[in-house]
Unconditional design. Structure first.
Length: 250
């Protein structure tokens, strides 16, 4: 397998955001349910030799938690989770997330999985990276129908961290909490500023020259397809089979 898969590019892009020198250090990273791409990015960072602690909630063996999310929330409340990942059925231009559903409360038109602890994790983690592979006006909206987790707060409300970025199947956005607005950070191959604007329901800023999202390096691909996949096979067998052409031995 030599062709770069889109998921490999996204995992590498997420890994670069994790290690961004202008972001708070990621010493302890937590990854929630159904998050193979963030998990791949975290394992890539760890396999590159960076001293990060990973708490993967859905890892079936070697999970550090004995009481699951109860312990995760406790650590986060103490300020001991540096980085978390969140997605949403809808994400708007102020980095608000909707995990409830569309239409009038409680989202009766289309139901999403539910908020669970997303609002708490969003506000109490030192930083959050948003991700959603689908990049379309139905997902990236001007204003979410229901706010499950808010991107910014009114003055005087304690909040430990904000969104750092939003990674999609088409581009990478940086988020600016002081302005409550996204700006275009990089374009995936084949995309332009115009194509991103056409596919995005909210307004965003863009510099005169937007770089292309870098391909994973040969070293990164070797790690993703080897040691990273080895770590993920047990928890995400379908993802590993689809992306890395690897299956659990019978």
């Amino acid at each position: 397998m030599s062709e770069i898969r889109p998921e490999e590019r996204l995992a590498a892009a997420l890994a670069r955001l994790i290690l961004a020198p202008d972001a708070p250090p990621a010493r302890h990273i937590a990854v929630g349910a159904a998050s193979p791409l963030p998990a791949a990015a975290c394992w890539l960072v760890k396999k590159q030799g960076h001293p990060v602690r990973l708490s993967l909630l859905h890892k079936r063996s070697g999970n550090p938690f004995t009481e699951g999310t109860r312990e995760l929330f406790d650590l986060t409340g103490q300020g001991r989770i540096d980085l978390f990942f969140l997605g949403g059925g809808q994400i708007d231009g102020q980095a608000n997330l909707n995990l409830v559903g569309t239409g009038a409360w409680p989202g009766k038109d289309v139901r999403f999985p539910g908020s669970f602890g997303s609002a708490f994790m969003y506000m109490m983690s030192h930083r959050t990276i948003l991700f959603r592979e689908e990049h379309s006006p139905r997902v990236l909206v001007e204003r979410v129908d229901n706010i499950s987790a808010n991107g910014v707060n009114e003055p005087g409300v304690f909040r430990r961290g904000h969104a750092q970025a939003l990674v999609t199947g088409k581009c990478v956005f940086a988020f600016h909490p002081a302005r409550a607005r996204f700006s275009l950070l990089s374009l995936h191959p084949g995309e332009t500023v115009e194509s991103i604007r056409a596919a995005t329901g909210f307004g965003f800023d863009a510099p005169d020259q937007v770089p292309q999202t870098p391909d994973p390096t040969p070293a990164e691909l070797e790690l993703l397809r080897g040691p990273v996949c080895d770590e993920m096979l047990e928890t995400y067998p379908e993802f590993c089979a689809r992306v890395f052409d690897r299956k659990i031995a019978a």
